[in-house]
Design a protein around this ligand. Structure first.
Ligand SMILES: N[C@@H](CCC(=O)N[C@@H](CS)C(=O)NCC(=O)O)C(=O)O
Length: 228
């Protein structure tokens, strides 16, 4: 059996982790069957054997794989059909792109969305989230950061220019068809879609048109996600 452990809110159908969304899209891209196991932040026992304290975690038979990029690399090495990277060079570049997506796409969203994540959590998970995340905000609360998001969103949108420029000449970040880099970027936007009614992307942005194409993939895997 193949099992993906992913983060959820107090409502277990709310699956919001940007990194888990990357893994979900990669599994779907490879055409693999899998079960989804939703866990709250403090529920770490079910995947203790993996050695990780963060999600997503994949259990494929007896093999545990942690970290979304390592999960993609594992799937690529283990299942040759439907390449996620396609070459050793692309695999090497993925490390750079992963840092870009983590720091710019996901990291840029974090102050704008963190309070919305908090609102989805049970009391004990919320207290843990606040205690571990609020120190990133230099003395501000999660809610104070959310209150400022209308003034932050223009700078966020500008930070996505490399993505926007790429989508000006091709339909997907990986070319004519989506592959790992599309899923890595889309993970961040899935997170925003699931946890918040605040849309960090403008309607007329080419990134929105790409996001719509991504939501349609795999029988609407992203589009059918439960949102707040
Ligand atoms: N580099 C990891 C990051 C995973 C990560 O940071 N996961 C967070 C949630 S989005 C987590 O599970 N944190 C556990 C905790 O805070 O206890 C990946 O790409 O999978």
């Amino acid at each position: 059996m193949r099992q993906l452990f992913e983060l959820c809110g107090n409502d277990r159908d709310i699956r919001f982790s940007p990194f888990a969304w990357r893994a979900l899209f990669c599994l779907a891209h490879k055409g693999l069957e899998f079960e989804r196991t939703p866990l709250m932040f403090l529920e770490k026992d079910p995947y203790e054997a993996s050695g990780s304290t963060a999600l997503p975690v994949l259990k494929d038979g007896e093999t545990w794989v942690t970290d979304s990029l390592d999960i993609a690399k594992y799937l690529e090495a283990t299942y040759q059909d439907n390449p996620l990277f396609g070459s050793d060079v692309a695999l090497g570049q993925a490390q750079f792109l992963n840092n870009f997506f983590n720091q710019v796409v996901v990291g840029g969203l974090f102050p704008m969305l963190a309070a919305d994540v908090f609102d989805l959590l049970s009391d004990d998970n919320g207290a843990y989230f606040r205690k571990t995340r609020e120190p990133n905000f230099g003395g501000a609360t999660l809610e104070q950061m959310r209150d400022k998001r209308d003034s932050m969103v223009d700078a966020y949108r500008a930070s996505l220019n490399p993505i926007r420029a790429t989508l000006g000449s091709q339909n997907f970040l990986c070319g004519d068809a989506p592959a790992w880099a599309d899923y890595a970027a889309m993970g961040g936007f899935m997170w925003a879609k699931v946890v918040s009614k605040f849309d960090p992307i403008a309607n007329d942005d080419p990134i929105n048109a790409w996001r719509e194409r991504m939501l349609d993939l795999f029988d609407g895997l992203g589009r059918s996600a439960k949102t707040v």
